[in-house]
Write a protein that binds this ligand. Sequence first.
Ligand code: ADP
Ligand code: MN
Length: 274
Amino acid sequence: IADGGSGTGHKDNKTHQGREKADRATRDQVLDQRTEAIIDHMVRKELISELQGVISTGKEANVYAAPLYTYDDEAGTQTGTHYRAAKIYKTSILSFVDRERYITGEHRFRGGGHKGNNRKMVKKWAEKEFRNLQRLNRAGLACPYPIQLKANVLLMEFLGDNEGHAYPRLRDVELEGVDDADIAQQWRSLYIQLLGLVQRLYQVCRLVHADLSEYNILYHERVLYIIDVSQSVGHDHPQTFDFLRMDLHNVGAFFRRKGVDTLRDRTVFEFVTA
Ligand code: ADP
Ligand code: MN
């Protein structure tokens, strides 16, 4: 699956190494044939050069760093690497029942009739995440830019450095500052930043994340990035408010553990929905 990225036939060491890694990734994660064909196609289209190491293995999806190598055709050398992230939804999972409740009541996905067809179900989830990411982007929220969607494979902007290391989840962030008061102030301003994000998500995108926590927020240079929006719901969902309360509760609990004097649940709820 690592083959053909350059489209020029160069095969330098880095590519070979990458190829071995990709082959290993395929073997270990057992990408099914259709998924492999999709990756192959993305490689041929030069959207990515290969699938590299796995960033995350989840219950419903794996996320891979997917580099795109650039070449100087004249010199025959590799000139750079641009990373992307490929989220590959698993087609053989047993957690569909759980997910079903998010879809129920949503106009956008009503009447799909996909029960009992995993592949179609998974495709719906990937599609939902892709569209939600588009909505977030249009509203100018910090999140990965969605690049392409094909069945269960979602290609998006990589949130990380040029070496393929993803930004840390908020859960794993250790803030640095001149003293404790400085660090406490930084946590407080991240809390305020997040409330602003949730408000814009609600009011501009008309979405509730529905799985918001320190695990689905990435952090880099004082900016919070929202990820994992496949289960996010619109205002037409009957449980919108329940999900919103749950999101705000999780976020509040996290920041309280960081020493932030958080606002009352009710106050925050009113701020977001006002
Ligand atoms: P899951 O459904 O498995 O929770 P997520 O969308 O939350 O899937 O992604 C899992 C992990 O993969 C994240 O916690 C993050 O570390 C990493 N990740 C996801 N999307 C990106 C991205 N666009 N850029 C960099 N890392 C990402
Ligand atoms: Mn997640």
